[in-house]
Design a protein around this ligand. Structure first.
Ligand SMILES: Cc1cc2nc3c(=O)[nH]c(=O)nc-3n(C[C@H](O)[C@H](O)[C@H](O)COP(=O)(O)OP(=O)(O)OC[C@H]3O[C@@H](n4cnc5c(N)ncnc54)[C@H](O)[C@@H]3O)c2cc1C
Length: 379
């Protein structure tokens, strides 16, 4: 077993583990191990991690606009806070908003969705408590067939196939990924539209109750209850900012290598289409099963002091269906922060940074970039 996303992700997972919040990794579709964690432990560990690195944190501030120095350079991000509007100035900005908000305001080019008017569909996940673990057993194996039976008998209707129901670290608590949120015209809820987000959130909670009513008919779940709904709807895809390279579905399926690799992605394509979720893996075990992520994905065209990392980085619709997941986002985030620090030290623009300098620094920090490095052992 190999965990290929390392670096800051290993630090965070270590902190979650010390809080007793890590599950044993579990196999997905017989091809990849997934690492689940307790959400409260994650929050505490993330606070600790940022505290250790003396990061200035400002919560409760919504990015709302930009002040440009000229068309290529950002002077300030405007934020709305309880104490009024503020400008946050900086020499280099990294947009990790998921939606590419700052990049869009600054005039970066971007794409949205599949060019046919739809994006990956969002979901409202939730967690159940009070499950009887002995009776529930490996219910994730039997639930898909029970869903089909319930639908055929007209007892329930489900918005999508490929539901995920899995135990958390404490087996009386399970997470449920059952829902799919569409607009009236059948297309995905648009995470850039406040009206859509509002309707999606209301409908998401309604679908969660429907899913719960079905799950209570499954052995072991009779006395369970919804212990937590997320603070907001889970959005998978909105803007994808166009950078120096767009990671594609072929790159993912072909386990691509790049000279300017800053980390790797091991997740397959996972397309949330109407009514279903379609996975496409690279050939496993014939291939190494992961692709490298080029630094150019983080560098938007036409802007000098902006980088993007996370699900809004430079990827095609298919490439993003894979590398939007948290492992690749950790790799991109660590690389963007490290590159910004190196660029500031050397008085260079992020796009001018020498690739080997960044790669050396990332390796020193424990990151795995693929390339000539030995694949890390263990999970
Ligand atoms: C339902 C669902 C299930 C998933 N399951 C998994 C899974 O099992 N495993 C996995 O690895 N991945 C999973 N993913 C994917 C993964 O969680 C996300 O793609 C990933 O977290 C994206 O990371 P990010 O840092 O780019 O964005 P986010 O994690 O979305 O972080 C963006 C942050 O920016 C903030 N923000 C946005 N706009 C503004 C603004 N204007 N001003 C201030 N703050 C702002 C947001 O509030 C948020 O905190 C799932 C996604 C969804 C929706």
């Amino acid at each position: 077993m190999h965990r290929v996303v390392q670096g800051i992700a290993s630090d965070l997972l270590g902190r979650i583990d010390r809080l007793g919040g890590l599950n044993a990794p579990h196999l997905i579709l017989g091809k990849i191990l997934a690492q689940a964690y307790d959400t409260a432990a994650y929050k505490i560990a993330a606070d600790d991690l940022l505290g250790t690195h003396k990061v200035d944190i400002l919560f409760h501030a919504l990015g709302a606009g930009v002040v440009m120095h000229d068309e290529k350079r950002i002077d300030a991000l405007m934020v709305e806070t309880k104490a009024g509007r503020k400008a946050i100035t900086g020499d280099i900005f990294i947009d990790c908003s998921g939606d590419g908000d700052l990049a869009a305001w600054a005039g970066a080019r971007y794409e949205v969705g599949d060019n046919e008017g739809s994006m990956l569909y969002p979901s409202m996940m939730f967690r159940l408590n009070g499950v009887d673990p002995d009776k529930a057993g490996e219910a994730w194996r039997t639930i898909p067939a029970l869903m089909e039976k319930a639908e055929a008998a007209g007892r329930h209707r489900f918005p999508r196939k490929a539901a995920i129901v899995r135990p958390q670290r404490s087996p009386i608590e399970w997470r449920v990924n059952f829902t799919q949120l569409a607009r009236a015209d059948g297309r995905a809820i648009n995470g850039l539209e406040p009206d859509d987000l509002t309707r999606g959130e209301l409908e998401g909670r309604r679908q969660a109750v429907d899913a719960f009513n079905f799950l209570r008919t499954v052995a072991g779940f009779e006395n369970s209850y919804i212990v937590d709904l997320p603070p907001q709807l889970g959005i998978r895809e909105t803007r994808r900012v166009i950078g120096g390279y767009m990671l594609s579905g072929e790159d993912v399926l072909g386990c691509a290598s790049f000279d300017d690799s800053i980390g790797v992605n091991g997740w397959p394509m996972e397309s949330h289409v109407a009514g279903d979720v379609i996975f496409k893996f690279p050939p496993i075990p014939q291939s190494r099963g992961f692709n490298e992520l080029p630094y150019r994905m983080l560098i938007p065209e036409g802007l000098d002091n902006l980088m993007v990392a996370g699900r809004c980085a430079s990827m095609t619709h298919d490439g993003q269906s894979a590398a939007r997941v948290s492992g690749a986002c950790f790799a991109m985030g660590e690389a963007a922060g490290t590159a910004a620090a190196l660029a500031l030290d050397g008085n260079a623009l992020p796009r001018e940074l020498a690739g080997d300098k960044l790669q050396d620094r990332l390796k020193q920090q424990g990151a795995f970039l693929g390339r000539d490095q030995a694949v890390p052992e263990g999970v």
